[in-house]
Design a binder for this molecule. Structure first.
Ligand SMILES: Cc1cc2nc3c(=O)[nH]c(=O)nc-3n(C[C@H](O)[C@H](O)[C@H](O)COP(=O)(O)OP(=O)(O)OC[C@H]3O[C@@H](n4cnc5c(N)ncnc54)[C@H](O)[C@@H]3O)c2cc1C
Length: 371
C-alpha cells in the first residue's frame, strides 16, 4: 500500500473507528488516539430507525438517515466477512400508543412524516398483539415499521476496532490535549504527555470534541439506559423493537434487552434510581413481560449534539476534519462516515452540505486542502 499522507484520528468511538478504517484502506498512514473513557457508542441501543429519528421539518436529515439505513446491510456484511459479528438484526420496529391520549399524537406524526413510498399502516391494539404477543393490553394502536432494524453497538465497536487493527491503523491509548496549529492550519495533535502526533487531524472525540476546538458549537446530551437479560432468544418478552413516546425496548437475539433512554442536557454518567424507575415503569406498560427479567446493567452515555442538530462531517476553517455530531442517530449514520472523512482529507467538496462544519464560521474563507 502506498502511503498517501499521515492522519491522526482523535477518538475510537464508532465514528473515529469508521474514519480510521476508511482512511487506512485508502492508503493513508493512520494513528488513532483514544483516552479509554467510554464512548456514547458503548451505551447506545443501536436502533437503525430513520423514520423514528426524523423530526418534522428536517428533510435534509431525513434523506441521509434513510440513505444510512439502506447502507447498513452491506456495511454489516463487510465487517462480518472478516469474521466479526455486529449484531445486525432485522427485527423491525413497532411504535405503540398506550392509552387513548397517545393515539392522536402518534397518528398525526405518522401522517406528517409519511412519504408516498412509505408503507406505514396504522394498526389497532389487537392487530399489533397478533404481530408481537409481547405488546401489553394497554396499547391501543400503533405503526409497524418493518424496515427499522438494529445492531449491537458494542459488537460494532469491537468489529471496527478489529478491522482497524488488521488494516494497520496504529492505535494509542492517549488523550488528545490540543490541536497543533501552524499558520492557522491544524498540523497534528498534542497528547496529554506532550507528544506531538503530526498529520491531518480528524476530530471524532464525540461530545468532547468541543474541548479541542470551538469551530462547531457542540453540547453533550446524557442518556440513561438499562440492560436486562433473557436466558435465550425464545425467552425474549418481545420480538420487535417497541417504541412509545417515552421509552424504547430493544430485544436482541443474544438475549440482551435494552431499555432507554433519557434525554438530559448534562454530561455526567450516573444512572439515577428515579430515572431508572420511570424508564422501567413506561417500558412495562408497553411490554409487561420485561418485569420478569433480571437487570444486568444500568448506565449512561453522552450524545454529541451540534447546535443545529445536524452532524459535523467535513473540513472546518482550521483544516480540522470533523467527524462527530451523530446525536441520537450516530450508530445509524456510521456507514456514511468513512467515505466523507476520505473526501474531506482529499479536499473534495462536502457531499452533504448541511453537515459542513464551516457552516458555523461562514465568514472565514475556505482554502484549498493541505495534503
Ligand atoms: C443512551 C444512548 C442511546 C443511544 N442509542 C442510539 C441508537 O439507538 N441508535 C443510534 O444510531 N445512535 C444512538 N445513540 C447515539 C450514538 O451512540 C452516538 O451518536 C455515537 O456513539 C457517536 O459516535 P462518536 O464516535 O461520534 O462518539 P462516541 O461514541 O462518544 O466516541 C468518542 C470517543 O472519543 C474518545 N475521546 C473523547 N475525547 C478524547 C480525547 N481528548 N482524546 C482521545 N480520545 C477522546 C472517547 O473516549 C470515545 O471513545 C445513543 C446514545 C446514547 C448515549
Amino acid at each position: 500500500m502506498t502511503a498517501r499522507g499521515s492522519c491522526v484520528v482523535v477518538g475510537a468511538g464508532p465514528w473515529g473507528l469508521a474514519a480510521a478504517v476508511a482512511l487506512r484502506e485508502a492508503g493513508h498512514a493512520v494513528r488513532l488516539l483514544d483516552d479509554g473513557r467510554h464512548a456514547a457508542g458503548h451505551a447506545a441501543a443501536g436502533m437503525l430507525g430513520p423514520w423514528s429519528e426524523t423530526e418534522p421539518g428536517r428533510p435534509d436529515l431525513r434523506d441521509e438517515l434513510f440513505r444510512a439505513a439502506a447502507a447498513w446491510p452491506d456495511f454489516a456484511a463487510g465487517l462480518s466477512s472478516d469474521g466479526s459479528d455486529t449484531g445486525y438484526h432485522p427485527s423491525g420496529t413497532i411504535h405503540v400508543a398506550i392509552g387513548g391520549e397517545q393515539i392522536g399524537p402518534l397518528r398525526r406524526r405518522a401522517e406528517q412524516m409519511t412519504r408516498p413510498d412509505d408503507d406505514h399502516r396504522w394498526l389497532g391494539g389487537r392487530a399489533l398483539r397478533a404481530l408481537d404477543s409481547g405488546i401489553g393490553p394497554g396499547v391501543g394502536g400503533g405503526i409497524h415499521l418493518p424496515d427499522e432494524h438494529q445492531v449491537d453497538p458494542r459488537r460494532l465497536i469491537t468489529a471496527l476496532a478489529a478491522r482497524a487493527e488488521r488494516a494497520g491503523v496504529e492505535r494509542l491509548s492517549a488523550a488528545a490535549a490540543r490541536i497543533d496549529m501552524v499558520d492557522g492550519r491544524a498540523r497534528g495533535v498534542h497528547d496529554d504527555a506532550g507528544t506531538l502526533h503530526p498529520g491531518r487531524v480528524v476530530l471524532a472525540a464525540g461530545w468532547r470534541s468541543a474541548e479541542l476546538s470551538d469551530r462547531v458549537p457542540l453540547r453533550g446530551v446524557k442518556g440513561q439506559i438499562i440492560r436486562l437479560r433473557a436466558d435465550s432468544v425464545t425467552d425474549l418478552p418481545c420480538r420487535h423493537i417497541i417504541r412509545t413516546g417515552d421509552v424504547y425496548v430493544v430485544p436482541r437475539p443474544s438475549g440482551e434487552v435494552v431499555i432507554g433512554a433519557t434525554m438530559e442536557e448534562r454530561t455526567d454518567r450516573h444512572a439515577l434510581a428515579g430515572d431508572v424507575h420511570r424508564l422501567l415503569e413506561d417500558a412495562f406498560r408497553a411490554v409487561p413481560g420485561l418485569s420478569e427479567l433480571p437487570i444486568v446493567e444500568t448506565s449512561a452515555g453522552v450524545r454529541p449534539a451540534p447546535a443545529d442538530g445536524a452532524p459535523a462531517l467535513g473540513r472546518d476553517a482550521d483544516d480540522v476534519i470533523w467527524a462527530t455530531g451523530g446525536f441520537r442517530h450516530g450508530i445509524l449514520l456510521a456507514p456514511l462516515v468513512g467515505t466523507a472523512a476520505c473526501a474531506a482529507v482529499a479536499g473534495e467538496p462536502i457531499a452533504i452540505s448541511a453537515w459542513d462544519p464551516a457552516r458555523f464560521t461562514p465568514t472565514v474563507p475556505r482554502t484549498a486542502a493541505a495534503t
